[in-house]
Design a protein around this ligand. Sequence first.
Ligand SMILES: NC(=O)c1ccc[n+]([C@@H]2O[C@H](COP(=O)([O-])OP(=O)(O)OC[C@H]3O[C@@H](n4cnc5c(N)ncnc54)[C@H](OP(=O)(O)O)[C@@H]3O)[C@@H](O)[C@H]2O)c1
Length: 509
Amino acid sequence: MTRTWQNPLRDPRDKRLPTIAGPCGLVIFGVTGDLSRKKLMPAIYDLANRGLLPPGFSLVGFARRDWADEDFSQVVYDAVKQYARTPFHQSVWDRLAEGCRFVQGSFDDDAAFDNLVTTVADLDRVRGTAGNHAFYLSVPPAAFPLVIKQLARTGLAEPGPHQWRRVVIEKPFGHDLASAKQLNKMVNEIFPEESVFRIDHYLGKETVQNILALRFANQLFEPIWNGNYVDHVQITMAEDIGLGGRAGYYEGIGAARDVIQNHLLQLLALTAMEEPISFNPRAVRAEKYKILAATHAVGPFTETSARGQYTGGWQGGQRVPGLLEEAGFAKDSTTETFAAIELAVDTRRWAGVPFYLRTGKRLGRRVTEIAVVFKRAPHLPFDDTSTEELGQNALVFRVQPDEGVTMRFGSKVPGSKMEVRDVNMDFSYGHSFTESSPEAYERLILDVLLGEPSLFPMNDEVERSWEILDPVLKWWQTHGKPEPYPAGTWGPSSADKILARTGRHWRRP
Ligand SMILES: NC(=O)c1ccc[n+]([C@@H]2O[C@H](COP(=O)([O-])OP(=O)(O)OC[C@H]3O[C@@H](n4cnc5c(N)ncnc54)[C@H](OP(=O)(O)O)[C@@H]3O)[C@@H](O)[C@H]2O)c1
């Protein structure tokens, strides 16, 4: 049961995160990991700093290190000092540190989980966490079932009357449809679906939520948001970094499983979905699911899909190694670091509009964007030479790093001739709003504590996303290797061919 209250410390001008959960605690498994140190601990401090955590909030770390509570607090402190978004305040830190506890053990250690039961019960008594606890699995995917079974065995998954217990699961959620179904079944046997929070941190980003605001709060865009006006949609998540140090996670997973199955298909769903009857979580998720159910990969995959692997090259003036030279990757690894696919959405609104999705490492620039590219005007009453530099109109959601929206359209070039050229009109978060946006993990952790599930994909969305991707993955398995592309470029030539066959081309953001 969710109980909310108004926090007296909260700045009343901050309308973005208006309520906080009642008394509760958070247990993080895998606290020594990268994600925990760089994202989770800083986000918890930032929430505390903004007065959005309840008094008595408690943070329990679970890991194999031989630490006392104070050692764990020191680790949280160091992470906060290094990565927190908001300024450091000693008084906020002192309050947070009072609620830090550490439990030592590995996931197959029954005694450690029994200690966790005692620790959680102590916190309920000493800190007033009232039996409300969220369990964050920031651990390798292979460990998800083990930890969840321990939570069941010890009764930690089972709330008492008027209490809640929630589980937060990091990506990747399965590696294909069959494994995702198996994991969902296992999780749902222990936690009811409303207590399961599957993280897709893209959904916590302000710019991603702005897709729905822009589409459904304005009259301007909706009339043209369909195949009568839209030529195609391109969704790109490009990174300029390589995979040095991440072989353990990435080898055998690849770009499509890592990014397309979750982030990019969620972005597609938000871009293409119908207006929900309200922003009630059930209504939003139902619309997202409907659009995913209508989406499928277009064949033949030899022409409509591409996968690549970066080779050595130059980036930012530095020589960088190829994937096969990175530590931990097999010398003949076939893991793709670039993936692009073409999808169709079989609805009246989107019939005939291709959706192109691409993602990759060591590309030209770090950028995530959704570009809705419009058809050309049916008639241009100008000389051919006047419109040589006129492209297609586009509306671009800039998800990161330069958050905002760009509208591209043709404009007259100053001078005595009627010459038309593309120009951009920009909305930028940094210029229009004085407060910086919360980090995605800030928003998502708070939503877990509030029991607000809108920004977390449900079991059926996750399974449907695998169902969309599985045919392409299976085809790739039996059709050669990823095509090499030099670091610092925009991927393999086979990616360009996907669009070129219909006279289109990828944007170079
Ligand atoms: N890093 C990111 O930015 C990122 C982004 C998206 C998703 N994720 C997901 O988030 C999760 C965590 O990622 P990460 O990068 O933080 O991983 P990581 O650095 O490898 O950390 C994994 C953590 O799990 C602990 N662990 C592993 N096996 C254990 C066992 N048997 N008993 C107790 N503890 C055990 C490790 O403890 P020890 O220190 O004792 O080994 C470590 O704290 C993964 O599911 C990953 O896919 C991460």
